[in-house]
Design a protein around this ligand. Sequence first.
Ligand code: NDP
Ligand code: ZN
Length: 174
Amino acid sequence: MTDRLLLESIHFAAEKHRHQRRKDADGLPYINHPIAVACLLASEGGITDEEVLITAVLHDVLEDTDTRSEEIEAGFGGRIRSLVEEVSDDKRLPKQKRKQLQIERAAGSSDKAKLVKLADKICNLRDMSECPPAGWDVERIREYFDWARAVVDQLAGIHPRMERLFFEEYRRRP
Ligand code: NDP
Ligand code: ZN
């Protein structure tokens, strides 16, 4: 694994998410989010494992773009493909079911996938507090905080420092 592959993953994700925006009122470019998740892992989590950082950069391409797993394998190898698959919901399932499965499957995930899931939830709670999705009322934001917490409860022990960061964000639940 080299720095080159990490840069290539950013290039790949930026291309895949190029027409997408986050759900906040200003419609931040989507790519800001996967970059924020990778940055959080590196800066606040002290993670240097490039498989984890690359998976963070790519964590939403299967779920939110037309990317196929084969493309990830061709560009980044089979291990990254499996990790990205592990952190992706099955989009053929209804939303409610997908959310339930995230809770049920979190504890059985690989350590690398757990780190990405935890960082993703921290970033999303930060976004919910600082630039919430347009049109969401307080009740819906609360539901999101509680669901994120139910997932993170299943990740206990994976990275105490980042778990503390999550609970610091959780305290901002409206
Ligand atoms: P999601 O729970 O999928 O929306 C949250 C996700 O959006 C985050 O996990 C994040 O995903 C992404 N995201 C994009 N922009 C932001 C942002 N600015 N801040 C935080 N997260 C952001 O929402 P859905 O709308 O699909 O609905 C989820 C559930 O809510 C459904 O199960 C539905 O039943 C329920 N619902 C409740 C309503 C209510 O009023 N209570 C109304 C309608 C639905 P990522 O990490 O992938 O980027
Ligand atoms: Zn995400």
